[in-house]
Design a protein around this ligand. Sequence first.
Ligand code: KIV
Ligand code: ZN
Length: 505
Amino acid sequence: MDKVTIFDTTLRDGEQAAGATLNIKEKLDVAKQLERLNVDVIEAGMPINSQAEFEAVSLIAKEIRIPVICALARAMPQDIVRAGESLKNAAHPRIHTFISSSDIHLVYQLKKSRDEVLEQARKMVKQAKKFCDDVEFSPMDASRTEPEYVYQIVEAAIDAGATTINIPDTVGYAIPVEFGKLIAGIFKNVPNVNKAVISVHCHNDLGLAVANSLEAVRNGARQVECTINGLGERAGNASLEEVVMAIRTRNSLFNVTTRIDTTQIYRASRLVSELTGFPVQPNKAIVGSNAFSHESGIHQDGVIKMPITYEIMDPKSVGIPSSSLVMGKHSGRHAFKERLAELGYSLSDEDFARAFNAFQQLAEKKKSIGNRDIESLVAEQQRTVSEIYRLDRIQVTCGDRGMPTAAVSLIGPDGKAVADAALGTGPVDAVYKAINRLINVPNNLTEFSVKSVTEGIDAIGEVMIRIESDCVTYTGRGADTDIIVASAKAYMNALNRLLTTRKAS
Ligand code: KIV
Ligand code: ZN
């Protein structure tokens, strides 16, 4: 059976989603999970973008040894040099270079002729070949390009040495039947097509990214570019979990396979959601919280009698934990470790000790602790590891008569505590104003949401916020049984991201 290469671009196109910025440690954490998931290629970033992005790609290239590590570069000499340098220590490097091919882009954006673009593509593929053998080329906006010109530029790029040709539906405009026809046309009309792998990269503006990718596979594409949770520019990219599970579940129709360890899907989805602050909608296919829950009596009856009646996939096959037994204050270190392993975590000894300590503190406040509580707790621990400022203590008074007042103490970069207090229109406002007096970084709060992780009055509250500073959006998350504390943690998380990004650039 033919193998379809799974090319994950969560760290590149995914991170381009407004407000999804990750720091270097978070990027490495995602890359490690992608390696566990067994993706074939990780597109780690576009090194020319900034020094921070260059360093993140270099670090991933050094640390992640099994998948191919890919760096994106416009078809420009300086981009390709930077991409090549970032991959210096990679075990399996790939440079992915691209240039627009549609007349819309050529006329209005590049102001170049088709011949000029074709020549530039040829030259830049040749330049990329000087850094590594594995070179991918994309004619951007291919789905809105006249097919004859797509064939020409693809042939030229293969001639110049491209080993993968990626056909992007950059603006999510294609409809499956026509996208499939474009891929079939490439196989029919490009004489040297058998010297390269044909790949697809579909955006989801019309909600068709996965359908278009699958239709391309049916027409011979053997690489699919996708992201965890479908994250990406605008409406996002094709979702990895949906593409992979469709190929697996309807195997006899596609007659292809992937190398993905599907039991790592749920964990990857949770991690990306936690780190980016992009929640997964409950009815999201494969990884949504309702994806395997049956509400109607008829469905429940059927599933109890025989799961296949209403379940086309086994939830365990995507790594949804089977054990829903709650834990509590009498659960020991060993049981906690086992539950973490079942949830797909493999923590270092140091991280485990911190997580277990947090678990014990939570168990003092909350009688029964479920899987979602544990996920939230570990995420909270991981979020705070590399903080510049850390929340030390917080005290709030509020009510319908008094003036909301907050006193906050933070531990600064020098390890010393600093404290201040402020009045606000409410307790969260007072806390944020007190923090602002200590960390003086002008910003605007653009989004604030609170949700409870589980039901029950003692549930953990998760706060997600976005702040904007100098036209850049930073996400922050915090979790605690006290939602004012959770709000303070979320603000600290966003401010720390802002400070880390500024420090790195
Ligand atoms: O959507 C797109 O066309 C891209 C290219 C860089 C492949 O992301
Ligand atoms: Zn894209």
